[in-house]
Design a protein around this ligand. Structure first.
Ligand code: C2E
Ligand code: CA
Ligand code: CA
Ligand code: CA
Length: 282
């Protein structure tokens, strides 16, 4: 037993050392990633639950790391947040996503097709006084109509200083920007937030969608969340749709929009264009 104990300690310390090294590398790399143009924005389509029509896309950040390959946001965004780089990165994503959407809207103008783009905001971006100005500036610089921009906020971002925040969000909403509450159902006091914030869309978290196939209570819960959104007169979006059964369930319960691997994985803009934009012109 003694031996196992020692091995385990050794294992943990190696593991820890590896983790520290990884973290240091990420932290160092993050400081130069923007200037070295290593970030990428991937796009995932959002579709009308009934017609299947493409209504817009969500911008999802990736990091093309020189040594570690393509990194998902969960592996570096929390660190970026900690070391104070999230605002800069967030503004870059916003500008990138808006510019890309203008490009696609221009391509689609002959067929009169509209699309909106959703950008995730981190909690620290939302509490910044400059958020409103940043949004106005990016909309002006890119020429994206405010109505085609959607901002996805998580409930956790809304907990602190709710009254101040409500004011900022009112101003942003007054521009015509759509505000959605992401990961709905996973945070605390979500119902409070819907009352005080100008939320137009509820994105039902993928964890509720995932449980639908096995379990009866999971089904009832998802159903209740969709009903809640619809009863509150906001647009309901189910994320993380991976199977036709999940899609059908959400559709039948009246969910408005569907998003998930079943329809479209998050992909590079060039691939999104080939798979989802160009076919609309045919
Ligand atoms: P999120 O906003 O809840 O985004 C949904 C996540 O689920 C994305 O993970 C997406 O790739 C993934 N997903 C989409 N469809 C499916 C599906 O059918 N099945 C499963 N299992 N997963 C699916 P991703 O891209 O790794 O992003 C993770 C989180 O990182 C996002 O969660 C969001 O909170 C954050 N994030 C991503 N991009 C940005 C950004 O530009 N700024 C900020 N602040 N946060 C971002
Ligand atoms: Ca999101
Ligand atoms: Ca989510
Ligand atoms: Ca999330």
């Amino acid at each position: 037993a003694k031996k196992i104990g020692r091995n385990q300690i050794q294992f943990y310390s190696e593991e820890l050392a590896r983790e520290v090294r990884f973290r240091n590398r990420i932290e160092m790399g993050l400081r130069t990633a923007l200037e070295r143009d290593e970030f990428r924005v991937f796009y995932q389509g959002k579709f009308d639950a009934i017609s299947g029509e493409l209504l817009g896309m969500e911008a999802l950040l990736r990091w093309q790391h020189p040594e570690d390959g393509l990194l998902a946001p969960d592996s570096f965004l929390p660190i970026a947040e900690e070391i104070g780089l999230i605002d800069e990165i967030g503004e870059w994503v916003l500008a990138q996503a808006c510019a890309q959407t203008v490009e696609w809207l221009t391509m689609l103008a002959p067929v009169g097709k509209q699309l909106s783009v959703a950008v995730n905001l981190s909690p620290s971006q939302i509490i910044r006084e400059t958020l409103y100005q940043t949004i106005v500036r990016v909309l002006q610089q890119t020429g994206l109509p405010a109505s085609q921009l959607e901002l996805e906020l998580t409930e956790n971002a809304l907990i602190e200083e709710p009254l101040e925040l409500a004011k900022v969000l009112e101003r942003i909403a007054a521009l015509g920007v759509v505000l959605s509450l992401d990961d709905f159902g996973t945070g605390f006091s979500s119902l409070e937030h819907i009352k005080y914030f100008p939320i137009n869309v509820l994105k039902i978290d993928k964890s509720f969608v995932a449980s639908v196939e096995q379990d009866e209570r999971g089904k009832r819960l998802l159903s209740a969340l969709i009903n809640f959104a619809n009863g509150f007169n906001v647009v309901s979006v189910a994320e993380g749709i991976e199977t036709e059964a999940q899609a059908q369930f959400c559709r039948e319960r009246g969910c408005n929009l569907l998003q998930g691997y079943l329809y479209c994985r998050p992909i590079r803009p060039v691939d999104f264009e080939v798979q989802h934009i160009l076919p609309l012109l045919a």
